[in-house]
Write a protein that binds this ligand. Sequence first.
Ligand code: TXA
Ligand code: MG
Length: 357
Amino acid sequence: MKTRVLKVDRERPDPAAIEEAAQALRDGKLVVFPTETVYGLGAHALDPGAVQKIFDAKERPATDPLIVHLAHIGQVNQIAIGMPAGARKLALSFWAGPLTLILKKKPEVPDLVTAGLPNVAVRVPSHRVARALMEMAGLPIAAPSANRFSRPSPTTAAHVLEDLDGRVDLILDGGATDIGLESTIVDFSVDPPVLRRPGGITFEQVHSLVPEVIVQTGQATSNEPQASPGQLIRHYAPRAPLTLFEGAPAAVVERIAADARTAVAQGSRVGILAPEDDLKALAPLIAAAAAAGKIEVRPYGSRFDVDRAARELFSSIRAIDATGVDVILASSIGNDGLARAIRDRLVRAAEGRVKSV
Ligand code: TXA
Ligand code: MG
């Protein structure tokens, strides 16, 4: 298959390009499109043949269910049964936007979309290109992140091409995505509702409207029960093993520098992924090894600009891994607000290798 890339203006997408993509979706083809969080790999959600192609293109196991994207909140009742009061509050406050709600599914939704579960994940994205596409197609769109299985989610069309060139029909290239991390998932199929994945809407924002919400994100390091099938699955794993360091910034910097020098002395090439403030403090401590090409560093945003850190995280994980280093040492930037979602992705990438210093 030849993959076509159509550039579209993110604010005023060309109707001809959107119509071409909408027709492809109606025909059961795969269309990659930008959302405010990350790029999505879309197919007609009510066409099992089209949905199957998503799993094939991503090499994603059929046990991992998909989010159904809608143009308007009024369409929820086409795919879900009922909406608990808390879900309604969140939807009215944060849709269109980076929030996914898990609700009871209607029989019309193919089992393939929900991995056989009686529940369906629903989201109304705010990105103009995504909205124009759904309005023009007049369809609910099933879409996971448009990466190959276990790669970081794509925040640019170039990332999508790295993973899916020749595996999808069309990519709408609307430039880099705004948020850079996936949507927040809140599960209303259980009582009390459960935050399954922190994302673009913060836990604090959810909690202020739905105080009974509990957190259960099923990370590799926790011993919480694994109620959500998707959370069992390996995520965002770079090729090189990644270790996450947490604690006071100065102590983290000292420890990363010490571990990096030790690894270099043992013959490894080391990658360091950290906010730019940490990298600035690190520079004099690792200058010799960096000059000798034994240490590669890639920044993601800044401790003082969490939005930018979120926007740059996945791109920087891809970049550091592409340098071919043997190990990656990373620092996170706390656990409040959007930093909670950043930490969640880094803990998953670390597959449990988390060190408190
Ligand atoms: O921001 C986002 O949410 C992006 C954009 C494209 O919308 N999409 C995305 O999809 O991140 P994906 O498939 O990469 O992640 C969706 C997560 C998976 O971990 C999946 O297991 C979970 O949502 N999920 C989907 N349906 C579910 C269900 N019925 N019950 C429990 N978890 C579900
Ligand atoms: Mg994904």
